[in-house]
Design a protein around this ligand. Structure first.
Ligand SMILES: CC(=O)SCCNC(=O)CCNC(=O)[C@H](O)C(C)(C)COP(=O)(O)OP(=O)(O)OC[C@H]1O[C@@H](n2cnc3c(N)ncnc32)[C@H](O)[C@@H]1OP(=O)(O)O
Length: 429
């Protein structure tokens, strides 16, 4: 890990840019957390949050994995990295630095502070032995230059539940639903979430405390909607799922027009999922169901009577960066056999550059340096995009981002890297 102070210089900035005196990068100390966090909040517009939420973020911040940039006494830059475990194709849980809380003061923007913090952070992540770094981006164009690319996508929908019908699979009537207090039954819901993590690439094993984020009341975001409501699903006396949502009633001259706003939903089996979706579709006095960031392949999409009236929209979600190409590629499995030499370009983390031979199948993989001729040429960004199986190497080749050097290598690798389940990140961080 990088320790002590380093200097984020501005002397290499292109001509014509604003310059400032150099800022100093230091590992965050607990005593500095408040000013560090205030700088971050201001970079995001300066809207303050509840005291409870602030204290939760304080508790979740891992100071020794966080960095700040100081200009004299003032914090002018922030970046943190949670120590997550990420589910990868095949179901393994791989250490991944969850890059977070990145902000640069408006008084110091575009002088290279973010670049300096990303440099230091990726060196740290490498030293910690974590093969991956992951983030959700406030703006997707920020992080490509540091080797990240979008690997999971979330589905947003606004479903006209007054018109769209949902078919239900056999067994759905065996699921019993009951209202629950979202805070009192937090642990019950979290246990369900934990059971789903290994089943989908892109999911994060949540660290203690994270579950509280899901139920914190952000009054400023309620906008006329109810407090958080929770429904728990049970089968044969066992809790198998939950949905947390709000209802925003609306009355018009012609009657009711309420909205259901889904916050999160998890089920350990398809029948539980179907029961929860059926419930959400049928809440009295509502005519629409708004969902955000759901898996691209979730079953309800194939159970609706009119997909057009669901107004689907796709958005990038988890961006992935391979910090150690060899370790990352051999940590996942491949759904069809692969034996491919990759010529990797990685200007920001040059230790990854060069040729790697990857062999693997559904049982396991090996990846190491080779002097053999390359089959595919690509940058670390394309590897990040394809890593969780949700972005096809063939599609990236069609976009001019992967070059096939041995005929046939692309199709084989594209199939091998794919995954039967769409990768998904259920929540931001
Ligand atoms: C994981 C997360 O936490 S995501 C949250 C990111 N934070 C925010 O969005 C908060 C508001 N924004 C900010 O705090 C800052 O503008 C930041 C952190 C995005 C950028 O910080 P800066 O110190 O200004 O970036 P820096 O000067 O290192 O810029 C590096 C390069 O990225 C480019 N860049 C920086 N921000 C952006 C952006 N928002 N959009 C497009 N390009 C950008 C710069 O132009 C520069 O390009 P160049 O190398 O070709 O000259």
């Amino acid at each position: 890990m990088t320790t002590g102070a380093t200097t984020a210089g501005t002397t290499t900035r292109p001509a014509g840019r604003a310059t400032s005196s150099a800022a100093e990068l230091r590992t965050l100390r607990q005593d500095d957390w408040d000013s560090w966090y205030d700088t971050l909040l201001r970079a995001f517009g300066g809207v303050s949050e509840s005291a409870e939420e602030r204290e939760l973020w304080r508790a979740l911040t891992v100071c020794e994995r966080s960095v700040g940039a100081w200009d004299g006494e003032r914090v002018v830059g922030t970046a943190g990295a949670f120590g997550f475990r990420l589910t990868v194709p095949g179901g393994a849980s791989v250490p991944a630095a969850g890059v977070t809380m990145v902000g640069v003061s408006q008084t110091h923007r575009r002088r290279g502070l973010l670049t300096a913090m990303m440099r230091r952070q990726l060196d740290d992540v490498r030293a910690w032995g974590e093969p991956l770094a992951v983030l959700t981006a406030s703006e997707p164009m920020i992080y490509g230059r540091f080797g990240y690319d979008a690997a999971t996508f979330g589905l947003h929908a606004e479903i006209d539940t007054s018109r769209v019908r949902l078919s239900a699979p056999a067994g759905v009537d065996d699921v019993r639903l009951r209202y629950a207090d979202p805070v009192a039954e937090l642990d019950v819901c979290e246990a369900v979430y934990a059971r789903t993590v290994a089943g989908r690439p892109g999911m994060l094993a949540r660290l203690p405390g994270w579950e509280r984020l899901g139920v914190l009341e952000a009054e400023t975001e309620r906008d006329g909607a109810s407090a958080l409501q929770c429904v728990v699903a049970e089968r044969d006396g066992e809790v198998t799922g939950y949905a947390r949502f709000r209802v925003r009633p609306e009355w018009t001259d012609t009657g009711h027009n309420g909205q259901v706003l889904l916050q999160d939903l998890a089920g350990v089996d398809p029948v539980t999922d179907a029961a929860l979706w059926r419930f959400l579709f049928g809440i009295d006095l509502t005519t629409s169901l708004k969902v955000r960031g759901r898996p691209l392949d979730e079953a309800w999409r194939y159970q609706v009577s009119d997909v057009r009236r669901c107004r689907l929209r796709v958005r990038d979600s988890l961006h992935v960066r391979l910090v150690d190409v060899g370790a990352a590629l051999q940590a996942r499995t491949y759904q069809a056999p692969v034996d491919v030499v990759l010529e990797v370009e990685d200007a920001f983390c040059p230790w990854n550059e060069g040729r790697w031979r990857l062999t693997g199948d559904a049982r396991g993989a090996a990846c190491g340096r080779t002097a053999d001729a390359a089959d595919l040429a690509l940058s670390v960004r394309e590897l990040g995009a394809a890593y969780l199986g949700g972005v096809s190497l063939a599609a990236l080749a069609a976009a001019g981002r992967v070059r096939e050097l041995r005929p046939g290598a692309l199709a084989a690798a594209a199939v091998g890297f794919g995954a039967p389940t769409a990768p998904w990140l259920p929540h931001g961080f």
